[in-house]
Write a protein that binds this ligand. Structure first.
Ligand code: MG
Ligand code: MG
Length: 309
């Protein structure tokens, strides 16, 4: 894959969220000029349009809270294929769509890494760990399960195809966490997932935490899938999301993280998820997410030559 070639893939998924509207996300990113913004950086950008789900299967699960299981399965299979295929030709950017889509994109990128003999890492930028299983979810909104699915937690296998290349939990770094359900807390304990909550950011600074993760990735020549949930950001700067949680990452923290990721040269793929244009204010959240994607792909305010003064 070449980092100079970006592939935009719309994933108008809203079946995993608690309210409607995320299916308009891909259109909002296009209206926000994401393609043009990336092209200005000298990147070759190909927009492959919007993906459709795989054929629905008749599925059921004993947990009566679960909503839209067949849609989750159908999107997961389609996105797994799309991620694997696109990542052979460039760096895919998935325009969500709610966070359930990452069950497919992460699974597909994990297969890509295995195919290329690379160690695979996930950076999960979110206020939520999305670490529920089908048994533990009480809301039934399946945007709360993708990390449990891709790390191979039990309970999905009876319903969905197991991920072909499960992600090692110790290769997952979550930053921005500030809303964790008790069942997720129990499931995360002892897994080795590197969880950086907002207190950790306040005490250490986001750069220190991210550097720790990037050092680990660099030590084994790994590649990183970045999954950016709008609610990673503070609702004051990113109101266009159905799950606002106060006390999120600032504009500067988010851009710094993106710039460090770019400098690492390790990012193989990106999800932009949970944008709900129905809740946005004149596109400001879509524009911010597009700007963050541009920082991740190399946009700089200033060049920083080393000087000897
Ligand atoms: Mg999420
Ligand atoms: Mg979230």
């Amino acid at each position: 894959m070449t980092a100079r070639n970006c592939i935009l893939i719309g994933a108008p998924v809203q079946d995993g969220a608690g309210r409607l509207g995320c299916d308009m996300g891909p259109s909002a990113y296009r209206a926000a000029g994401l393609r043009e913004t990336l092209a200005e950086l000298g990147l070759a950008v190909e927009d492959r349009g919007n993906l459709a789900p795989a054929p629905f299967r008749n599925l059921s699960h004993p947990n009566p809270a679960i909503r839209n299981l067949a849609a989750f399965d159908a999107w997961t299979r389609a996105l797994d294929e799309a991620a694997f295929a696109a990542s052979g030709a460039g760096l895919p950017i998935f325009l969500g769509g709610d966070h359930s889509l990452s069950a497919g994109t992460v699974a597909g990128m994990a297969r890509r890494a295995r195919h290329e003999g690379r160690e695979f890492f996930v950076l999960w930028l979110d206020s939520h760990p999305d670490f529920h299983t089908l048994e533990t979810t009480t809301s039934g909104n399946l945007h709360g399960v993708p990390m449990a699915y891709v790390t191979g937690l039990p309970g999905f296998g009876d319903v969905l195809p197991a991920p072909a290349a499960p992600v090692r939990p110790e290769n997952v770094c979550m930053i921005g966490i500030r809303s964790v359900d008790p069942a997720e807390r129990r499931a995360l304990a002892g897994t080795g997932v590197f969880v950086c909550d907002m207190r950790a950011i306040d005490e250490n600074g986001i750069a220190v935490l991210l550097r720790r993760f990037l050092d680990r990735v660099e030590a084994v020549d790994g590649m990183i899938h970045v999954s950016l949930d709008v609610d990673f950001l503070d609702p004051a700067i990113a109101p266009g999301v159905g799950t606002t949680v106060p006390g999120g990452a600032t504009f500067r923290e988010a851009h710094l993280a993106m710039e460090m990721l770019h400098d690492s040269g390790r990012v193989s793929s990106l999800d932009l998820v949970e944008l709900n244009p129905f809740l946005d204010e004149r596109g400001r959240t879509a524009l911010l997410m597009a700007d963050l994607a541009a920082s991740l792909m190399g946009r700089k305010i200033l060049d920083r030559p080393t000087r000897s003064y």
